[in-house]
Design a protein around this ligand. Structure first.
Ligand code: GLC
Length: 471
């Protein structure tokens, strides 16, 4: 049995702000448990919901020297579906109202990474592999390379290269507690760049789709790190994420009013009426409902939507439901659109897990025109609920959704980042919906049977771990 420690800043079912948390909650249990004992470690945030926080059990604690003080490191644990989750506890750093966006985030995650590296003896678990995810855990391979020198293989996964952990070089010896030699790895364009350091010092770099792995060599996607990626492409691979296909199953989902299966969609019609009622849309089973469930930020393609949507809503018998929060200008746009087209547009400026499932289940089409999308999980979840994805061909969207016009397709796609091309894909979907109801029904039933579970991708991780360990 080999030990894997999976590290991230968030994990389902405890705390989630994005897809990273879903991956941490579903990949570990999909790995081959005959060979790997995979455990997960995240910070113990105050904002983990109270009922979940109460379930965590105290394991141990120790004191760690950091920034000239002896700091408390508590460790709590909880097993979920056979996977042991550890939580690093320190109230000064994690007892806050939110996960990210504090002036001292660099220090908070440096503390977390150091505490992780110091914890193995106390939890009696020595990893053979540490799998670190995104900038918050990027210090792990850097620490091992320049301070700890454990006999551990290191993997670093990029879920989104936009966030790199950039800091002033002055704080290298203090906040990041690194020797001057580490500067050679972490320095980039005159700053500390933690993701760059992790790429340089890990044994293997992965990202969450094959297309994104290629896109990262392109300055249009790499946010400045393209040369670093190119230099290290010999150890980089793209592995598409899966979803928790059992957790997202319209046949058993308790958040939706009417369950349904791929052979009987009568429940989906009821869910649509329910959604229309809930969202303040005109109740009409015949009108196609387009859903957007997204953080309302530019890279999710919101500029295309704000340019094209009004025309579509004005010209077609179609409804739009939006669920998500984000930049004020986009929130305001959807509220404005809702006021202009009452009963046709619903802007739910919030995020809520159960509500999102009702939207996946009740809608007919799912719009995701991202400018960049490392993997994207929503398009796969939409398929599970028989909701036809309309996506831009980028990153994981390109690797999971194929346009219907290429025969065995599972959605509608467009290539260029351009509002007219997006509108065209939406019009093609609406056309199929109205003019070929049989074709539409066949399509939505088919997509609900596609296997987006972790099965295939977990095999690829198993294979990579085995390869790293020389098995
Ligand atoms: C990030 C990416 C998203 C991906 C997720 C999980 O949130 O933006 O595309 O699906 O990580 O890897």
């Amino acid at each position: 049995m080999k030990n894997i420690l999976f590290l991230a800043s968030e994990a389902v079912p405890f705390i989630k702000t994005g897809g990273l948390a879903d991956v941490c909650g579903s990949l570990p249990k999909a790995l081959d448990s005959n060979y790997f004992d995979c455990r997960v470690m995240i910070p113990k945030y105050m904002c983990i919901p109270e009922d979940k926080r109460w379930e965590l059990q105290y394991k141990t604690h120790f004191y760690m020297d950091y920034l000239g003080q002896s700091r408390y490191v508590g460790i709590l644990e909880k097993e979920v579906d056979g996977i042991l989750y550890y939580f690093i506890d320190n109230e000064y750093y994690f007892h806050r109202d939110g996960l990210y966006g504090f002036y001292d985030d660099g220090e908070r995650y440096a503390f977390f990474c150091k505490a992780v590296m110091d914890s193995f003896y106390f939890i009696d678990f020595m990893p053979d592999i540490i799998h670190a995810n995104d900038w918050q855990t990027a210090l792990i391979p850097i620490y091992n390379n320049s301070k700890y020198h454990y006999d551990i293989k290191l993997i670093f996964t990029i879920h989104n290269i936009e966030y790199q952990g950039q800091y002033d070089l002055k704080i290298l010896p203090t906040v990041f507690d690194l020797p001057p030699e580490a500067g050679a790895y972490v320095e980039y364009e005159g700053c500390i760049n933690l993701v760059k350091g992790a790429i340089e010092t890990s044994d293997c770099v992965t990202t969450v789709s094959e297309s994104y792995a290629k896109e990262l060599e392109d300055p249009a996607f790499a946010h400045g790190l393209q040369d670093m990626i190119k230099k290290n492409n010999w150890k980089t691979r793209g592995i598409l994420n899966g979803i928790d296909a059992e957790g997202y199953d319209p046949a058993t989902d308790t958040a939706i009013a009417h369950n349904f299966t791929s052979t009987d969609f009568s429940g989906k019609v009821q869910d649509k009426l329910e959604l229309q009622r809930l969202a303040g849309l005109r109740e009409d089973a015949g009108v196609p409902v387009i859903a957007i469930i997204s953080r309302l930020v530019a890279h999710k393609g919101l500029d295309l939507i704000t340019k094209a949507m009004e025309n579509i809503v004005r010209n077609c018998e179609v409804q739009l439901v939006v669920l998500g929060k984000g930049d004020r200008k986009y929130e305001d746009y959807f509220i404005w659109l809702q006021n202009q087209y009452n009963g046709k547009v619903s802007a739910m400026i919030t995020y809520n897990k159960d509500l999102s499932r009702k939207v996946y289940a009740g809608a007919d089409m799912f719009l995701m025109p991202s400018k960049a999308e490392p993997c994207g999980l929503s398009q796969m979840i939409a398929c599970r609920y028989g909701t036809v994805p309309i996506v831009r061909e980028t990153g994981g969207l390109r690797d999971s959704i194929v346009d219907c016009s290429y025969g065995e397709g599972n959605g509608f796609t467009f290539a260029d980042y351009n509002p007219d091309d997006m509108a065209n894909a939406i019009y093609r979907a609406i056309d199929l919906y109205y003019n070929n109801p049989e074709g539409w029904d066949k399509l939505r039933k088919y997509i609900s049977t596609i296997d987006f579970s972790w099965a295939k991708s977990a095999d690829k991780y198993d294979e990579m771990y085995s390869w790293l360990l020389g098995r």
